[in-house]
Design a protein around this ligand. Structure first.
Ligand SMILES: NC(=O)c1ccc[n+]([C@@H]2O[C@H](COP(=O)([O-])OP(=O)(O)OC[C@H]3O[C@@H](n4cnc5c(N)ncnc54)[C@H](OP(=O)(O)O)[C@@H]3O)[C@@H](O)[C@H]2O)c1
Length: 335
């Protein structure tokens, strides 16, 4: 499987590390023998149609430098999408930063890949939140595979569970905690910490972004809800169709009052007809009353009833393992 990778940050590097340490096992167990023909970061790119050396890529990124500085194969400067037309390969993996305003650079990249009949994996919610119905249609039209397991739940296989394990049943509604940062903040506020202190702590622990407004205002949860709604329920919605409310107005007193009644407050993303993200007061013994930075999603289906998956919603290695899962699936479909 010949691959070009876009983005070599936390997730991209974790993927390369896993491909390196699991090389033998992935080949023996799944027939997965990836060859990295190209890697692109924000300042340059490196291409070798015979395959790049993973150690060399990791070494240069560990030094804080661009892959464009790699000996023999590197080139500094912006990657022009036209270059893709001159390389024969099977899979493009996008792990570039999420841009919720216009989805770029990933949106154009993915569209171009589809037009070149390339399979695509992305961990980036941006293009999906803004244009998922169109992207699914384009993938189908071009007869290529498009997978995005890492966009929801990090390494926790939420999308695969609902799509495959509940196949044969009919999923009627989805409810869940899809953002670890806000769940961490609400958990700490329940212990008496003020919002700003809990947020600062989440930032120090590396859960929250330096600009955490996407988490706190519910946009991150809404983006993941769009992905679940399209992929699992067959809805054709984008971010603008989700009613979104964040957790800025929640006070310690609200959590204390809820606690006295055996309840707690969680930022719940749900789709049951309407798609929305809002802080809800739920019973303490609810399946969704998970604490810390955990994610939890309940699928309510016609015959199996309610089933809940709980897991860590992010992390480099966790998300990279989702990418490997997608690679194995695409490898199987390629025959
Ligand atoms: N981290 C997680 O736990 C996690 C979990 C689930 C999903 N995700 C998603 O996965 C994606 C990657 O996350 P991350 O944490 O790895 O981000 P990150 O550490 O910020 O890495 C982003 C990478 O993209 C590169 N990049 C930026 N602009 C680019 C461009 N125009 N063309 C090509 N490469 C470009 C950066 O280059 P430089 O190296 O030159 O800066 C960097 O290598 C994001 O969309 C994120 O939302 C992350």
């Amino acid at each position: 499987m010949r691959i070009i990778i876009f983005g070599c940050g936390i997730v991209g590097r974790s993927l390369l590390e896993l491909l390196k340490v699991r090389k033998k096992e992935l080949n023996i167990s799944y027939g997965l023998a990836p060859k990295i023909l190209g890697v692109v970061d924000s300042k340059g790119f490196a291409i070798n149609t015979e395959g790049l050396n993973i150690d060399e890529i990791l070494r240069i990124k560990d030094l804080g430098r661009s892959v464009g500085e790699m000996e023999n194969y590197g080139k500094k400067g912006a990657f022009e999408l036209e270059i893709l037309e001159n390389i024969e390969f099977d899979l493009l993996i996008d792990m570039t930063p999420t841009n919720i305003v216009n989805g770029e650079p990933a949106l154009s990249l993915i569209k171009r890949a589809f037009s070149l009949k390339l399979n695509v994996i992305t961990t980036n919610k941006g293009p999906l939140a803004l244009a998922m119905p169109l992207l699914l249609e384009l993938a189908k039209h071009n007869n290529v595979s498009f997978r995005f397991s890492g966009t929801v739940g990090g390494g926790t296989p939420l999308l695969d569970f609902a799509k495959k394990c509940l196949m044969g049943d009919k999923i009627l509604a989805i409810r869940g905690i899809l953002n670890g940062t806000t769940n961490y903040i609400l958990t700490e506020m329940e212990k008496g910490k003020e919002f700003s202190e809990a947020l600062r702590e989440a930032q120090v622990k590396g859960f929250a972004e330096a600009d955490p407004s996407l988490d706190i205002d519910g946009i991150d949860s809404a983006s993941k809800l769009v992905i679940l709604a399209n992929w699992i329920l067959g809805k054709k919605i984008t971010l603008k169709d989700v009613k979104v409310q964040g957790i800025r107005d929640i006070r310690v007193k609200d959590l204390e009052d809820a606690k006295k009644k055996g309840k707690t407050i969680k930022l719940i993303a749900s789709v049951n007809g309407e798609a929305k993200v809002e802080a809800e007061t739920i019973p303490k013994d609810s399946n969704l009353a998970v604490s810390g930075s955990l994610n939890a999603v309940s699928f309510i289906s016609q015959y199996a009833g309610e089933e809940t998956i709980i897991g860590r919603g992010a992390g480099g290695k966790e998300t990279a393992s989702s990418v490997i899962r997608d690679m194995i699936e695409i490898r199987g479909l390629m025959g």
